[in-house]
Design a protein around this ligand. Sequence first.
Ligand code: CUA
Length: 304
Amino acid sequence: MESFDPVTPQGLTISNLFVLELVISGLLLGLVIIWLGVALVRFRARPGDAAEPPQVDGNRLLEIIWTVTPALVLAVVFVFVVQTIRTVDAAVPGAEPLRVVGHQWWWEYDYPNAQVVAANELHVPVGAPLQISLESVDVIHSFHVPQFGWMQDTVPGKANRMSVLVNRPGLYDGACNQFCGAQHAWMRIRVIAETVDQFNAWVQQQSQPAAPTGSRGEQVFLQNTCVSCHAIRGLQATAAVGPDLTHLGSRTTLGTGVVDNTPANLQQWIRDAQSLKPGVLMPAFQNLSPADLSVLVDYLEGLK
Ligand code: CUA
């Protein structure tokens, strides 16, 4: 039912069109059922009937009526559909750009003006428009947050556009809506819609690079193959295959929603991510010593 409670003006337009079409279809269905009922009663076979009732085969007037009426209904619906598409696709001037990049199986959220690269949890400001560019690095995914009101595919080699203005604070769940491989079901979206002040504070915090500390945990991270896939801004770790970990500790889930972000779950994720999310590109680090694993987890969870 979330699609009927949109939090964007674009979604509201779509929801209104759906209700209008439901009413028109309902009226037509009612009309057909009534006519059918009347015909069944009025023209039923009675004792003593010798022949069929009079037939309407070849009645020009009737044929014109039942051809023109549906054509008119479709023409009216067509006008409303085009109006809705224009409203939904309209670019909003002054909108903040946001790149949403689909990966097997996680989401990258890139705020190019703010130098922020986040993953899986999408922070959006309430009342400020966003111009989303939907992209993919591998296969086709689909970005679907039901309360936004509609979905859009992310297609490799092509950027789709989506203008979104969220007008109510809250948490809105979504998911990838195009089958994209083994863990399609664990490609969740969590939208955190917050006031512009809260959003700006989040951006300010997320744009900070990590301060190099030289800690043992940081060394474990840099000396292992973690750096082949993950970035931590501020360190010599700039790979972009997996999620940016500069602020990993500030996220609420791991593995794109598979488990809560707790130290115990992060330990298991690093030791054997396959046990939590079979097929995930994250390799197992089973030969890390327990002591190294523990300091690494402490270090990563400390990246707020
Ligand atoms: Cu990505 Cu389904």
